[in-house]
Design a binder for this molecule. Structure first.
Ligand SMILES: Nc1nc2c(ncn2[C@@H]2O[C@H](COP(=O)(O)OP(=O)(O)OP(=O)(O)O)[C@@H](O)[C@H]2O)c(=O)[nH]1
Length: 767
């Protein structure tokens, strides 16, 4: 302290340091920043420390730049009797902390348009502002709303933004357009209407104060006066015999935050290079000498203006402190939560073993929970876990089997050939059993593929479930995760084999023994009755309509009716019916009661053959010419007409459909049971045991429960952050208590009650 400001960039340190903006706020901010420093970049997020910007407005040459310079304590702005500020100057003061080993504590300025250039000499800054202004708006007093951004970095400033705006003018001069007044007013309005701006409304005392442009504009945007400070300049050059006492007392235009009268450097002082310190001393002398201002010491001089501004800024900080604490606390909660995700650090092998067992148990439990639909993570958006398995069984497997028509790929021709082949060299006397068995076995064999597919689907689901059960510890231990996945996949694969064997056996069993005594089987007698009805219906259809296509359609429709309707009625069949069917079905003829119907035709065919043979012998005696037979073709098909074995074909179809239906129901029931028993429930029962057998070995503990380096680092950092935040919360509490005590003893009475300071306006501004 005590060093004089100079143009070669030394740190500004004034003996009267309290007179600069931020002088009393900087210690508060420093303290807060000390609190937040250990948190690294967290303070960027705590934007509550952002201070309101200060906008200086007033008519042309009213002394705005002079006030701003005096507040900052540096000579760097163009000033003069003519229009000087022709573009808004956004002055960002930035506190620059000097790093360890960094001896360069010089202040410097940096322009937004020249980002890589540092200006250590502040008179160069002034020149650059002039050059940049002229570049944009020429030399002839033109004005632009394009900002010049200047950052002043120093260890001794507050992070705050000050805006120097062009002065309000009424008569256009030079290059100024005819609507210059409106333009400048709009430009000023755009800055001061922001609720986060503190308005310094500068009015020169040597003009008509009651008609101050600055006060008028400020009133428009801040009618309650909660963020406007009136500044009256040029008290030293008022007309002799006049003074601004009543104005400063607020008797002319009342203003909630009041007025401050100041004396800046005159043009002559500027020309004579009078320093800011000298100017401040002169100002002090002025108010001492002018008796009219005695008793108004709290409303006069630049240091009082700085003090008032500082009080506003301090109050702003006090207002945001509770929010800062809330932010810190919620951040602390978030960090603690993050820390929990990393889990405890594991030091010993015993701890690793316990962790491993815990992970294995949790994983197995999660697997069972998902299968049973008891998982906490159950979604309401789609089916998951066990519900998907149920869907596979009922909506895919069972439903698909329901839709299969067992006679779909059996043409009449197929059945006729089967009957021929089954009767060998003889003609068929009765409805033979063999074609039915052959054909029904063929249909039963078709059930194997969908059953195995169902098993495959369920296996896939279990794999999906196993992946969905990943606990957060598994994300910590990658090797364990890999091994768990391996073991689970192999375990489930192994579970597929017995299920597959059982399903194959079920189908084999069904194929191996066709139980024609099954109580739900339609039986031969009933099948023949139905076939005859069918045939009659077909013949009536034939008579009514000779069209063969329509006839065929009729046949199909009748069979379809049977498929849909006839079978359920079998369930209600009486025991005597069943006994009758069984006795017929197991009789030595094994014709299921159809012999009487077809026997006569078979025997008449036999008699006719005998008669033909006698006639042939008789004819040979008379030595007729040799009759040459055609060679049989290599592929032989029955030569008779399409109507041959018509009843037998229908009977066979009815029998196949009836029996197939019984088997289908068995398979629809037993395949899901086999899959559940051998695969799903087996997995639930034995997954943990398998894990323990394969993975819970002491020599594997270290490998399996090995954390990633990244996790270790993150945990360490998070622990540090946690401590820093806890510390910050504590220190902040102490800080709040300190400044509350300080506040009660402070002279805050200088500011009116329910003013800007006590409003929670700035706590809103944080958002
Ligand atoms: N005697 C005296 N002169 C002052 C005072 N304040 C400012 N001046 C002079 O008035 C002139 C204008 O001052 P500036 O600070 O440039 O005013 P401004 O409002 O920034 O001007 P523009 O930006 O051009 O509108 C300069 O010559 C200053 O030296 C003061 O309190 N007393």
């Amino acid at each position: 302290m005590g060093k004089k400001s100079n143009s070669n960039g030394d740190v500004l340190q004034s003996k009267n340091s309290t007179c600069f903006i931020g002088s009393s706020v900087i210690p508060l901010i420093n303290k807060l920043q000390d609190i937040f420093a250990p948190l690294g970049d967290i303070d960027d997020r705590l934007t509550g420390l952002r201070l309101p910007q200060v906008a200086v407005i007033g008519s042309q040459s009213s002394g705005k730049s002079s006030v701003l310079e005096a507040l900052v304590g540096r000579d760097f702005l163009p000033r003069g009797t003519d229009i000087c500020t022709r573009r808004p100057l956004l002055l960002q003061l930035e506190k620059r902390t000097i790093g360890v080993g960094d001896n360069d504590s010089r202040e410097y300025g940096e322009f937004g348009h020249l980002p890589d250039k540092r200006f250590y000499d502040f008179s160069d800054i002034r020149c650059e502002i002039l050059v940049e202004t002229e570049k944009e708006v020429g030399v002839k007093k033109g004005v632009s709303d394009k900002q010049i951004r200047l950052k002043i970095c120093s260890p001794n400033v507050l992070n705050i933004t000050l805006v120097d705006l062009p002065g309000i003018t009424k008569v256009p001069v030079g290059d100024q357009p005819s609507d210059i007044e409106a333009r400048i007013r709009n430009m000023i309005m755009s800055y001061i209407k922001q609720e986060t701006s503190i308005i310094l409304a500068v009015s020169p005392a040597n003009a008509d104060l009651a008609n101050s442009d600055a006060l008028q504009m400020a009133k428009e945007v801040d009618p309650t006066g909660t963020r406007t400070i009136g500044v009256i300049t040029k008290l030293d050059i008022m007309d002799k015999g006049t003074d601004a006492r009543n104005f400063l007392l607020g008797k002319v235009i009342p203003l909630r935050l009041g007025y401050i009268g100041v004396v800046n450097r005159s043009q002559q002082d500027i020309n004579n290079k009078r320093s800011i310190e000298e100017a401040l001393a002169y100002e002090e002398q002025f108010f001492r000498d002018y008796h009219v201002y005695h008793g108004l010491s709290d409303r006069c001089r630049i240091p009082q203006l700085a003090k008032k501004l500082n009080q506003i800024l301090e109050q702003h900080i006090r207002n945001v402190l509770p929010t800062l604490k809330t932010d810190l606390n919620s951040h602390l909660v978030a960090v603690e939560k993050e820390l929990r995700t990393y889990g405890e650090a594991l030091e010993s092998n015993a701890e690793r073993g316990a962790m491993l067992l815990n992970v294995l148990t949790k994983y197995s439990e999660a697997f069972s929970a998902v299968v049973d639909g008891k998982s906490e993570a159950i979604t309401t958006k789609e089916l998951s876990g066990g519900a998907r398995i149920h869907h596979i069984f009922q909506s895919i497997f069972v439903k698909s089997l329901e839709e299969v028509d067992p006679c779909e790929d059996l043409s009449d021709e197929d059945i006729r050939i089967a009957i021929h082949n089954a009767t060998g060299p003889r003609n068929a006397l009765f409805v033979p059993e063999v074609p039915f068995e052959v054909l029904v076995r063929r249909q039963i064999a078709r059930l194997l593929d969908p059953s195995l597919q169902c098993l495959r689907f369920v296996y896939d689901e279990l794999i999906k479930i196993s992946r969905a059960c990943e606990t957060f510890e598994m994300r910590r231990f990658l090797e364990l995760r890999r091994r768990l996945e391996d073991v689970t996949a192999r375990f489930l694969r192994d579970g597929v084999k017995p299920a597959e064997r059982m399903i194959t056996n079920l189908i084999d069993m069904e194929m191996d023994y066709i139980n024609s005594s099954h109580p739900n089987f339609i039986g031969g007698t009933k099948a023949v009755d139905m076939a005859q009805m069918e045939l009659r219906a077909m013949q009536e259809g034939d008579d009514a309509d000779k069209d063969p296509a329509a006839n065929k359609g009729h046949k199909l429709a009748t069979v379809a009716k049977f498929l849909n309707g006839a079978l359920p009625s079998q369930v209600g069949r009486t025991q005597s019916d069943n006994d009758r069917v069984a006795s017929v079905g197991t009789s030595t003829t094994r014709t299921w009661g159809v012999s009487s119907l077809f026997g006569s035709r078979g025997s008449s065919v036999g008699n006719s053959s005998k008669r033909h043979a006698a006639e042939v012998v008789h004819d040979i005696d008379q030595a007729p010419p040799v009759i040459q037979l055609k060679n049989p073709p290599s592929i032989l098909r029955p030569g008779e007409t399409e109507t041959e074995y018509q009843v037998e074909i229908i009977v066979t179809k009815i029998l196949v459909t009836s029996y197939y239906d019984i088997v289908r129901r068995n398979i629809q029931d037993l395949v899901p049971k086999a899959i559940m028993h051998y695969l799903v429930n087996h997995a639930k029962r034995h997954l943990l045991g398998t894990f323990i057998e394969k993975l819970y070995r002491e020599n594997l503990f270290e490998d399996l429960v090995q954390e990633q380096d990244e996790v270790v680092t993150k945990r360490r950092r998070t622990v540090e952050m946690c401590h820093a935040l806890q510390q910050a919360v504590e220190t902040l509490d102490e800080f709040v208590a300190d400044i509350s005590t300080q506040r009660s003893s402070d002279s805050m009475d200088a500011l009116p009650k329910s003013s800007y300071l006590s409003s929670d306006f700035y706590s809103n501004s944080r958002s």
